[in-house]
Design a protein. Structure first.
Lengths: 316, 263
C-alpha cells in the first residue's frame, strides 16, 4: 500500500487534534506516515500518540532552520520526501503555515494543490465548500502528487492502531530556503480557552455586544468553548483580530456555533457556515443570521446569554 | 523603488456568485477589485507616493472585465497597469495563475527595470486559497514574508510583523522580495475625483501568454493540475426554529442544546 504523508501540526511536541483528523483521512487513501518537524526528542515523545490514530511511521526531521525561517525549509523537506517516497498524497492542515508549505512543495514537485477540503475520499478526491458555502465542489489533483489542505473539524478523528515506528530524516534545508528570517517572536498571553479553529464549540460576539464581551466569555467558559468575534467587534478594538471569524479571519467548522449580536453578513458567513449546528441570538428578528440558524432566539443578548450560562452550569 | 501589486478581479460577494457550464467561475456577473487587494495597493502607495523616482504598477491576470481591477488601482494612485489577457487562461488553477504572474513580473522587469517589492493581498475573496503569493515567490526564487500586519521597508531589506494565534513574529527579508498583507495593515483610500481623472491617462500594458513566453498547455485551463469533478449548489439550510425571548429565551436555548446532546 502506498504511503500518505501527513504534516504534523504541533506546539512544542504537543500534537494538535487536526493532525489526528488528517491521519484518519490519510488512512482512507493509503498508509498514514506522519512527518514531524521539530526537536527529535519531542518527535519521539509524540510518536505513540500519533500511532494511536493510525500513523504507521513517524518521520522526524530536526534542523534549526525550520523554526528560524518561515515555511520555505519545511517545504523543501516535504518536496524531498515526496521525491524519495512517492506517496499517494500529502495532507496538511489548512492553517496559514500548512497551506504555504504545501503550496511551495507543490511548485517544487510539479503537483496540484487543493485547499480547504471538508472531506477526502479513498481515491483522493476532495470535497470543498465555496462561495460562503453556496456551492459544494468535488475536485481532484490531475497531475503530480496530490497536496491537500484539510479544514480542521471536517473529518472526525478515529483511533486506530499504528506501529508509529520512528525514523529520523537526514535532510538539511538549502541556504536558498533560508531567506525569510524570524528575527523576533512575541508570545501572546494564553487565554486558557480552546483554539478557535479546532474547538468543538465557538461562541462569538458582534457589534451587538456594544464592547462588553463578558456574557459571551461566560457562556463560552460554561460550554468549554472558544470565543470568536465579528469584524465589527474586532475593528472597534473590543476583541483581538486573531479571534475574528469570517473571510478575513478564521474559518471554523465546530459542532456548535453561537452568534450573539451578529447580523450575519456574507463575509462573516464565509467563516462559519459549515458549522454543524448554528445558534443565533439577535434583537432584530429580520437579521440575516436567522436564515441559517438551526435555533434562534430573538432577544437581548444581555439577558439571553447570562440565563443560558446559568442553565448550562445548572446541568453540570 | 519599483513595486508591483497583484490585483485580482473577482465576482462581488454580495451578488449571486455562480459557475459557468465548463465549471469556471462566472466572471460576467458584477465583479470588482478583490477588496483584500486594496490593502496591497494602499501599502504600495504609502511607499511610493512621496518619492518621484518610485512607482507602483498594478498587475492583474484575468478576463477583459479584469481591467476594472487595474482601473480602480490607477484611480487610487498606482502609476501604471499591466493586464495579462488571453482566452487560453480561462480555467487556470492556482499553479497556472502563479506561473503567469511570475512571468509577468519578469516581463515588467525587462520593460521597466528591476522590481524591488511585489505586494499582494492575503487571499482572493473568491478562491480564498492564500497560496498564489508563496507560489510566485517560489517561482521567482525570491524571499516571501506573508500575512504582514505591519511593513517597514529599508534600503536593502524589509521587515514585517505577522500576527499568529499564540505569538507575533517579526520577519526580515532581503530585497527584492514578495510581501502579502492582511486587512489589519492600513485603511485603503477611496479614489479622489482628481485620482479618477488622472487614471484615464495612465498607461496600461496588455500582454498575452505568447508575450510572456508561456504555452497555453502549461498554464491555462488545459494545463491545470487540478480538476473539478462535480459541482452543485449546496442545499439551502432548512430554516430552523426561532423563538422570541419572553424571559425564558436562555433556558429554552439550553433545552434545545440538551435535546441535540450539545450540552
Ligand atoms: C473584504 C471584507 C472582508 C470582511 N471580512 C469579515 C470577516 O472576516 N468577518 C466578519 O465578521 N465580517 C467581515 N466583514 C464585515 C461584514 O461585512 C460585516 O460588516 C460585519 O460582519 C458586521 O459585524 P456584526 O454582525 O457584528 O455587526 P452588525 O452588522 O452591525 O450587526 C450587529 C447585530 O447585533 C444586533 N444587536 C444589537 N444589539 C443587540 C443586543 N443587545 N442583543 C442582541 N442583538 C443585538 C443587531 O440587531 C445586529 O443584527 C468583511 C467585509 C469586507 C468588505
Ligand atoms: N488572477 C490574479 N491576478 C492578480 N493577482 C492575483 C490573481 N490571483 C491571485 N492573485 C494575488 O494573490 C493573492 C492571493 O490569492 P489566492 O492565493 O488566490 O487566495 C491575491 O490577494 C492577489 O494579490
Amino acid at each position: 500500500m502506498s504511503e500518505v504523508l501527513v504534516l504534523v501540526d504541533h506546539a512544542d511536541g504537543s500534537v494538535r487534534k487536526s493532525t489526528f483528523e488528517l491521519l484518519t483521512a490519510a488512512a482512507r487513501i493509503g498508509e498514514p506516515v506522519a512527518v514531524f518537524v521539530g526537536e527529535a526528542a519531542a518527535g519521539e515523545a509524540a510518536a505513540s500518540t500519533l500511532g494511536e490514530y493510525g500513523a504507521a511511521k513517524v518521520l522526524v526531521a530536526s534542523d534549526p532552520a525550520y523554526s528560524e525561517y518561515l515555511v520555505a525549509p519545511a517545504a523543501e523537506l516535504l518536496a524531498h520526501l515526496v521525491a524519495e517516497r512517492q506517496p499517494a498524497a500529502v495532507l496538511v492542515p489548512a492553517s496559514a503555515d500548512g497551506r504555504e508549505i504545501a503550496a511551495r512543495a507543490a511548485i517544487k514537485t510539479g503537483s496540484g494543490i487543493l485547499t480547504d477540503a471538508v472531506d477526502v475520499a479513498a481515491d483522493g478526491t476532495v470535497s470543498q465548500s465555496v462561495f460562503a458555502a453556496a456551492y459544494n465542489v468535488t475536485s481532484k489533483v490531475a497531475s503530480g502528487t496530490p497536496f491537500i489542505a484539510v479544514k480542521p473539524n471536517s473529518v472526525s478523528a478515529e483511533p486506530a492502531s499504528g506501529a508509529a515506528a520512528v525514523e529520523t530524516v537526514s535532510f538539511a534545508p538549502s541556504d536558498g530556503s533560508k531567506t525569510a528570517r524570524v528575527v523576533r517572536v512575541e508570545e501572546k498571553p494564553a487565554s486558557g480557552r480552546p483554539n478557535l479553529t479546532e474547538a468543538a464549540i465557538v461562541v462569538s460576539g458582534g457589534r451587538g455586544t456594544g464592547g462588553d464581551f463578558a456574557p459571551v466569555e461566560a457562556l463560552a467558559d460554561a460550554l468549554g468553548a472558544a470565543v470568536g468575534a465579528s469584524r465589527a467587534a474586532v475593528d472597534a478594538g473590543w476583541y483581538p483580530h486573531s479571534h475574528q471569524v469570517g473571510q478575513t479571519g478564521k474559518a471554523v467548522s465546530p459542532q456548535l456555533y453561537v452568534a450573539a449580536g451578529i447580523s450575519g453578513a456574507i463575509q462573516h458567513r464565509a467563516g462559519m457556515q459549515t458549522s454543524k449546528n448554528i445558534v443565533a441570538i439577535n434583537k432584530d428578528d429580520e437579521a440575516p443570521i436567522f436564515e441559517l440558524a438551526d435555533y434562534g432566539v430573538v432577544g437581548d443578548l444581555f439577558s439571553v446569554l447570562p440565563q443560558a450560562t446559568e442553565a448550562v452550569n445548572a446541568r453540570k | 523603488m519599483r513595486i508591483v501589486t497583484f490585483v485580482k478581479y473577482v465576482p462581488d460577494a454580495a451578488g449571486d456568485r455562480s459557475f459557468e457550464s465548463d465549471n469556471t467561475v462566472d466572471r460576467e456577473t458584477d465583479g470588482l477589485l478583490s477588496e483584500l487587494d486594496e490593502y496591497a495597493i494602499e501599502e504600495a502607495l504609502n511607499l511610493t507616493d512621496k518619492d518621484k523616482g518610485s512607482e507602483t504598477i498594478a498587475l492583474t491576470v484575468g478576463p477583459a472585465e479584469a481591467k476594472d481591477a487595474v482601473r480602480k488601482s490607477l484611480q487610487m494612485g498606482a502609476d501604471k497597469g499591466v493586464h495579462v489577457l488571453d482566452d487560453a487562461i480561462s480555467g487556470a488553477d492556482a499553479v497556472g495563475t502563479a506561473k503567469i504572474l511570475a512571468a509577468a513580473v519578469r516581463k515588467v522587469e525587462a520593460e521597466e527595470g528591476p522590481v524591488d517589492l511585489v505586494i499582494t493581498g492575503l487571499a482572493s475573496t473568491d478562491g480564498q486559497m492564500s497560496v498564489v503569493p508563496v507560489m510566485v515567490a517560489e517561482l521567482l526564487g525570491r524571499p516571501a514574508a506573508t500575512q504582514a500586519s505591519a511593513l517597514e521597508v529599508g534600503d536593502s531589506s524589509a521587515t514585517i510583523r505577522r500576527d499568529g494565534d499564540v505569538s507575533s513574529q517579526h520577519i526580515e527579508v532581503a530585497l527584492p522580495a514578495l510581501v502579502s498583507v492582511t486587512d489589519q495593515i492600513n485603511e485603503p483610500r477611496y479614489p479622489s475625483f482628481k485620482g479618477i481623472m488622472k487614471a484615464k491617462k495612465k498607461p496600461v500594458a496588455q500582454y498575452d501568454l505568447a508575450d510572456l513566453g508561456l504555452e497555453a498547455a502549461e498554464v491555462g485551463g488545459a494545463g491545470a493540475l487540478t480538476q473539478i469533478v462535480e459541482l452543485a449548489a449546496a442545499p439551502a439550510r432548512s430554516a430552523g426554529e426561532v423563538v422570541t425571548d419572553e424571559g425564558d429565551g436562555g433556558t429554552k436555548l439550553v433545552e434545545w442544546l440538551a435535546a441535540k446532546k450539545l450540552v
